[in-house]
Design a protein around this ligand. Structure first.
Ligand code: SF4
Length: 194
């Protein structure tokens, strides 16, 4: 597994970075990825809670926490626990911020190898332009990602800079995301400068 020290956009997902690497079994456990419903056996729910606390501890000590949280809230609708938050918490954070993000498939979780490798949008377009006759499968192979990831990036590019056609909105600042996180996850109201 990779340990990445920079804080570029590609560090935004939890499978690429140092904080998650030693705890990958925890972060990929289905109980953490999909917490059991209230009707599930108590033992499973207790275990899920315990895992969430462990993951929260890992994230709290991760040097990439702010970048990871920001990306998981603003850029990609990642699955599972990331950036010190569960999927449900991130949904609530987005509601606070009045933003939505398009769902991403598992390919965008920025895994390091194979089909889960993170793929930079610009890199996909650069390779496509440089190799216009190459099959999409070939591009996917070069990029180390899945065919669906290549298609999605090309589809996004065709739609233009505003993506889905919704009016472009200014993304929230990190301060705003952190304030919403503090409120949703910790119940702490952070005053922000006007
Ligand atoms: S904040 Fe958490 S999920 Fe994100 S990279 Fe760090 S340990 Fe992984």
């Amino acid at each position: 597994m990779l340990t990445r020290s920079s804080t570029t956009d590609s560090t935004t997902t939890r499978t690429t970075v140092a904080g998650c690497v030693p705890s990958s079994a925890l972060f990929h456990d289905m109980l953490l990825e999909e917490p059991p419903r209230a009707s599930a056996p108590a033992q499973a729910r207790r275990r899920a809670v315990s895992m969430e606390l462990q993951a929260a501890d890992v994230c709290r000590n991760c040097p990439l926490m702010v970048d990871c949280l920001y990306a998981a809230v603003v850029r990609h609708d990642v699955a599972g626990y990331a950036g010190g938050s569960t999927e449900k918490q991130r949904m609530r954070i987005r509601r606070q911020l009045e933003i939505t993000v398009d769902p991403e498939d598992f390919d965008t979780l920025a895994g390091v190898t194979g089909r889960n490798r993170h793929v930079d949008h610009a890199e996909v377009l650069r390779l496509r332009n440089a190799n216009p006759k190459e099959s999409l499968e070939g591009l996917a192979h070069r990029l180390g990602c899945s065919l669906s990831t290549v298609k999605r990036h090309l589809h996004t590019a065709r739609k233009g800079p505003t993506g889905s056609g919704r009016p472009a909105v200014t993304p929230p600042s990190r301060t705003e995301v952190l304030a919403a996180y503090a409120l949703v996850v910790h119940g702490i109201h952070v005053e922000q400068a006007a």
